[in-house]
Design a protein around this ligand. Structure first.
Ligand code: FES
Length: 219
């Protein structure tokens, strides 16, 4: 997970129309007249049992429970589709921290969505190795094929550490590649039909081989 630079850039661009100041207009000033944030009482929050179990498992791994905040938010995002106010409340109640603390983390990391996005996460690597193998065309082809399909969050991403599969994408956490732009409609059709896109092309799929490993060239 990495800091959410694109959000910062977007926010910074608002400064064009605002009075310059040290902090720009990134944040509303804190309202010091309000009572301090409170930690939700677990007994008053309806947390899905599976989610609570997973959050507690993460908390058990660390001496400081706050270290579990990112995996806990990721788990809540899986349940809710995004880090909604209710997701924050549920995680906060289990971890016994304030929702504001969790929100401050979630807005910093770009794999935690603080606005609704599609449930299918399609991250197309556009870093150097993939870019040299037509990644930009792949991204555009996927976005075009997925136009109007709001259940897919299709976006460019930095190197996903699978450069040997270039051009590749992480599709719902499954690393798939190499993908030709002409295969984009198949990928989107598979997502709509609930089947794994490009079977056999995921790095952990049975029999997975890169094109240059085939015909015994992998010895
Ligand atoms: S450059 Fe695409 S995975 Fe590394």
């Amino acid at each position: 997970m990495r800091p959410q630079a694109d959000k910062f850039v977007q926010q910074a661009s608002h400064q064009d129309t605002a009075m310059p100041s040290v902090a720009g207009d990134w944040d509303e000033p804190a309202d010091l007249t309000k009572p301090p944030a409170t930690i939700p009482d677990l007994s008053s929050v309806d947390v899905p049992p599976e989610l609570e179990r997973e959050i507690r498992e993460h908390m058990a791994k660390y001496p400081n429970k706050r270290s579990a905040a990112l995996p806990a938010l990721e788990a809540a995002q899986r349940v809710h589709g995004w880090c909604s106010p209710e997701a924050f409340r549920q995680v906060a109640a289990v971890m016994q921290v304030t929702p504001a603390y969790l929100s401050s983390l979630a807005t910093f990391y770009d794999m935690l969505n603080t606005e609704p996005v599609g449930r299918h996460q399609v991250y197309v690597c556009t870093s150097v190795a993939c870019n040299l193998r037509n990644a930009q065309a792949l991204l555009e082809a996927l976005q075009e094929a997925g136009e109007g399909y709001e259940d897919a969050n299709i976006r460019g991403f930095e190197c996903l550490g699978a450069c040997d599969m270039a051009p590749m994408a992480s599709i719902d956490n499954r690393y798939v590649g190499p993908i030709d732009p002409s295969e984009a409609p198949d990928v989107i059709a598979a997502l709509k039909e609930g089947r794994p896109p490009l079977p056999g092309r995921g790095v952990n799929d049975e029999g997975f081989k890169l094109p240059w490993d085939k015909d015994g060239a992998d010895a």
